[in-house]
Design a protein around this ligand. Structure first.
Ligand code: IMP
Length: 182
């Protein structure tokens, strides 16, 4: 295991941290939690949001740090809520999303992991296609009860292998190969 008292995950979201820690452990990287609230700028670009968050996180934490920014992009809503997923979750929530959808339920989860230290600033993207369920299924966090990953019949909230296929897993896998080579 690459000892990383020097790699931190900056977020206010315990769920994201626990998933990221488990995923990175499987790649031989240890991860610590820097729990903090990072300002989320309004932008149509997840990457711009992630870069700003990563720079702020490094400024606060003063150690090599990763942050994550996610978006749920729904095809029939032209990619909404996308970069506004966090705001939409706290306003209309899963019920609100379900009420907006009709026949076409295709969607995509995107994760951007951005690493920042005093020399590097790098982003890694993970995409996962899927569909939005007809009703809430299971008791997971965030959009987990309504997102069904491609080739699955159950939502993220109902499956046991989320951390082996999620958008977060895909972005962290790319990050790991780069980080372990660094
Ligand atoms: P954020 O802006 O990166 O915090 O994420 C956007 C929204 O997507 C938030 O409401 C998160 O709770 C939600 N979200 C991100 N990743 C996941 C996931 O793996 N499962 C369910 N919801 C998620």
């Amino acid at each position: 295991m690459r000892q990383s008292f020097d790699l931190f995950f900056a977020s206010s979201n315990d769920h994201k941290y626990h998933e990221a820690k488990r995923i990175l452990n499987n790649f031989g990287i240890d991860l610590s939690f820097f729990k903090c609230v990072l300002e989320e700028i309004q932008s149509n670009s997840l990457n711009d949001i992630a870069i700003k968050k990563a720079k702020d996180a490094f400024h606060e934490c003063k150690k090599p740090v990763i942050i994550e920014d996610d978006g749920l992009f729904i095809e029939s809503l032209n990619g909404f809520p996308g970069p506004y997923s966090s705001f939409v979750f706290t306003t209309i929530g899963n019920e609100g999303i379900l009420n907006l959808l009709k026949k076409n339920r295709n969607a995509k989860f995107v994760s951007i992991i951005t690493y920042c230290d005093k020399n590097s600033l790098r982003s890694f993207v993970g995409n996962l296609d899927g569909t939005i369920s007809n009703s809430k299924q299971g008791n997971g966090w965030g959009y987990d009860p309504i997102f069904i990953p491609i080739k699955m019949k159950k939502t993220f909230a109902e499956i046991s292998n989320k951390n082996e296929l999620s958008h977060r897993y895909k972005a962290l896998k790319k990050f790991s190969s780069w980080y372990l080579d660094k």
